[in-house]
Design a protein around this ligand. Structure first.
Ligand SMILES: [Zn+2]
Length: 435
């Protein structure tokens, strides 16, 4: 290739980055903004018609009847006719470093896609998420992309990439031999294939893995308490109770909570007794184990949409025309058990299995399975903030809280599908999307 031919893409790349920086700089204004929607849902109260919200810098300065909210001179005024303003939505089980498995199978993403490619994709996917009104994610593992989420979180904080506020788990921790892609299906002398997470065996290795991930920047520690590594690919517990207790103690003493992937009742039981903070999936949870979670204050992230997506990709499930797959039925049953046992239920979808920016599907599933629209919205705002231990400044539209706000056309408190129609997105007082 000649020098001349090479220059064109380089110039295009420079222009692209210049535009990105300009966009970031434009977004970072952060002055006072007066938002005038049709109504405001603050999370926790009935909808208030005719209310306004004033933000100043990164925080909410005032919330109340429009006539009583006075904007300072020079404030930006944004009219949001016909829209409902609510706290920024949260999805606290995401994988920004994955993309849908009907595009590329998980194994192929982990084994064939270079980490730089996956990281660039993650940046684009973070932007799609933010524009869909999800201003906070807990990203539960890079699935083989090492510590790239630390850089993504940094780039978002620096304003280089537009994306949600991230709480990250870096590599996640799995029991040796239990996770993918290797060793199952490969000849035993194949070594050094990338792993979807960090392997550990025994108390000292588990403690080391927690400390390594914490040291590299993990906000949360993610552990796989079970996985399909039993005979014939059956789901079986992975770590012993002793290993899980050591993992949780180490994480907690470093100030980090623990999220446990668990689908079996025994995996859920061990994780709960070890003191984890959240359990993910829980598809084969029994009423007894959900009661145990409620007693121990362990929160549940149902990831209902992941099962729907698996059904669509691998079992010919079609929305509206086919009955739920066995996997979807199990997920629905678990959700009902969890509600009956009064477990704390947050919104966590496993997005990445399905398309980023369509996180709203999880709230729609929660409503389809019996929650009111307000209960689902509460799960995705105030409850998720509480699970993140950030209820003091996130998850509600209240004075002095961080100005993470979203406006949607219509009334999502009576029709949850309104959250598909985002008209405004603000994070930290910066407007990223507006009418
Ligand atoms: Zn996941």
């Amino acid at each position: 290739m000649s020098t001349r031919e090479r220059r064109a893409p380089a110039a295009a790349a420079l222009l692209f980055f210049a535009l990105m920086l300009a966009a970031a700089a434009g977004a970072a204004a952060g002055g006072a903004v007066l938002l005038l929607p049709e109504q405001v849902w603050t999370a926790g109260e009935p909808v208030h018609r005719g209310w306004a919200v004033l933000t100043d810098g990164a925080r909410i300065a005032a919330v109340g009847p429009a006539a009583q909210v006075h904007a300072p001179a020079g404030a930006q005024v944004i009219e949001l006719r016909g829209a409902t303003l609510l706290p920024g939505l949260m999805d606290i089980h995401s994988h920004l470093f994955l993309h849908p498995y009907n595009e590329t199978l998980w194994n192929d993403q982990v084994l064939k896609e270079p980490v730089p490619y996956r990281t660039l994709r993650a940046g684009v996917q973070a932007r799609a998420t933010l524009m869909a009104g999800f201003t906070t994610l807990r990203d539960l593992g890079t699935e083989g992309a090492d510590y790239a989420d630390v850089s993504l979180r940094q780039a978002i904080e620096d304003g280089l990439v537009e994306g949600p506020r991230l709480f990250i788990a870096t590599r996640a921790i799995v029991a040796t031999g239990s996770y993918g892609p290797a060793p199952r299906g490969l000849r035993p002398d194949v070594c050094c294939t990338p792993q979807g997470a960090q392997e550990a065996s025994g108390v000292p290795e588990v403690i080391r893995a927690v400390r390594e991930q914490a040291g590299r920047g993990a906000d949360w520690i993610k552990v796989y308490a079970d996985y399909r590594w039993g005979p014939g690919g059956t789901q079986q517990p992975t770590f012993s109770e002793e290993e899980l207790r050591a993992l949780v103690e180490t994480a907690h003493s470093s100030g980090r909570p623990v999220a446990a992937h668990a689908t079996t009742a025994e995996g859920m039981r061990r994780a709960t007794l070890a003191g984890v903070d959240t359990i993910e999936h829980g598809f084969d949870g029994t009423p007894e184990v959900f009661r145990l979670m409620a007693e121990h204050g362990v929160a549940y992230l149902p990831t209902l949409t992941a099962e729907e997506a698996y059904g669509e990709y691998f079992e010919h499930y079609a929305r509206g025309t086919r009955p739920p797959t066995p996997g979807m039925a199990r997920a629905a049953q678990a959700f009902r058990y969890a509600r009956a046992a009064h477990v704390i239920i947050g919104c966590g979808s496993d997005v990445g299995v399905f398309a980023h920016g369509t996180n709203y599907r999880e709230l729609e599933w929660m409503v389809r399975l019996g929650m009111t629209a307000v209960e689902a919205l509460t799960a995705a705002t105030a409850t998720d903030a509480k699970i993140l231990k950030r209820e003091a400044d996130l998850g509600r539209a209240r004075e002095k809280m961080l100005a993470d706000l979203v406006a949607v056309g219509g009334d999502p408190t009576t029709d949850i599908t309104a959250i598909e129609h985002v008209v405004l997105v603000m994070k930290d007082g910066v407007v990223y999307r507006r009418p």
